[in-house]
Design a protein around this ligand. Structure first.
Ligand SMILES: Nc1ncnc2c1ncn2[C@@H]1O[C@H](COP(=O)(O)OP(=O)(O)O)[C@@H](O)[C@H]1O
Ligand SMILES: [Mg+2]
Length: 267
């Protein structure tokens, strides 16, 4: 049995102002295995965030089903944690209290094990010494480390990441990609990572899912057969570059169909 199973998933939005319906996802079929790292790429507006939100249980599904560990997803749950593009930290809380947040909601603030978890996550994401800092005192990259630690704190079955590095400068972004892999190697959480940066998708993933443009569906799933652990040097490997070319060609084609290539390239 796959860890996550999506079958014939259709999601529709209703524009409250015009009353028009928009099919954002149509017949999405995906199987994700335990411990797998999946990247999802596609042109802007193809439905990546919609798919992630459906998996997170935030959006109703019109047709089809999504199952996690064999159980239908019916709403948000503790078994899933999300990291968004913009750090969603609580500004009045310190780093350690932000990471503690999810555990606190489970009534575990005073629990010694929860406190140990927070400490070891701070070490894992490389924020030792910043336990008592506030989000405003941290760089964008450091804030995303806190977000990642906060997501991992509740020990989710599934880690969902929606363009978590999109707001970072290019150099920090590369560094954070390598950091994410280092952290992932030590937890091996099943992860779904959304990005529209192709080399980021290929560098991180076991498989890259390329989505077609609206209505979004799976265009192709490409297995990235490169050894782990991966260092950033692998981005110069001819095999890596040929994966990037293959993905790029598919996205270019989808972009041409939807007329959104300019937007995809610009963003
Ligand atoms: N809340 C919403 N109401 C209506 N339409 C939406 C809403 N959210 C997204 N959409 C539309 O659904 C499509 C997919 O959006 P989204 O999943 O955000 O794409 P992506 O993350 O791939 O850029 C887009 O055409 C977008 O305009
Ligand atoms: Mg999005």
């Amino acid at each position: 049995m796959a860890k996550l199973e999506a079958r014939g998933v259709e999601v529709e939005y209703m524009n409250a102002r015009t009353g028009k319906r928009l099919t954002a996802l149509q017949d999405v079929n995906v199987d994700i295995e335990q411990g797998e790292f999946i990247s999802i790429v596609g042109t802007s507006g193809c439905g990546k965030t919609t798919l992630l939100n459906a998996i997170d249980g935030l959006l109703p599904i019109k047709r089809g089903r999504i199952r996690l560990d064999g159980k239908d997803i019916k709403g948000p749950g503790r078994d899933r944690a999300v990291v968004f593009q913009s750090p969603s930290l609580l500004p009045w809380r310190t780093v350690e209290d932000n990471i503690m947040y999810g555990l606190e909601l489970q009534g575990r603030r005073r629990d010694l094990k929860a406190q140990e978890t927070v400490k070891s996550l701070i070490r894992l994401v490389g924020l030792s010494g910043f336990e008592r800092s506030y989000p405003s005192e941290l760089s964008g990259g450091m804030q995303q480390r806190v977000n990642l630690a906060r997501a991992l704190a509740i020990d989710p079955e599934l880690l969902l990441l929606d363009e978590p590095f999109a707001a970072l400068d290019a150099q920090t972004r590369e560094f954070m990609q390598a950091e994410l892999l280092r952290i992932w190697e030590s937890t091996h959480k099943t992860a779904i990572f959304i990005t529209h940066q192709i080399d980021e998708a290929a560098y991180l993933a076991d498989r890259v899912i390329v989505m077609s443009s609206r209505p979004g569906t799976v265009r192709k799933a490409i297995t990235i057969d490169l050894p782990r652990p991966r260092s950033l040097h692998i981005k110069r490997d001819p095999k890596f570059l040929s994966y990037v070319d293959e993905i790029w060609a598919l996205i270019e084609e989808e972009g041409r169909k939807s007329g959104s290539l300019a937007a995809a390239v610009a963003s």
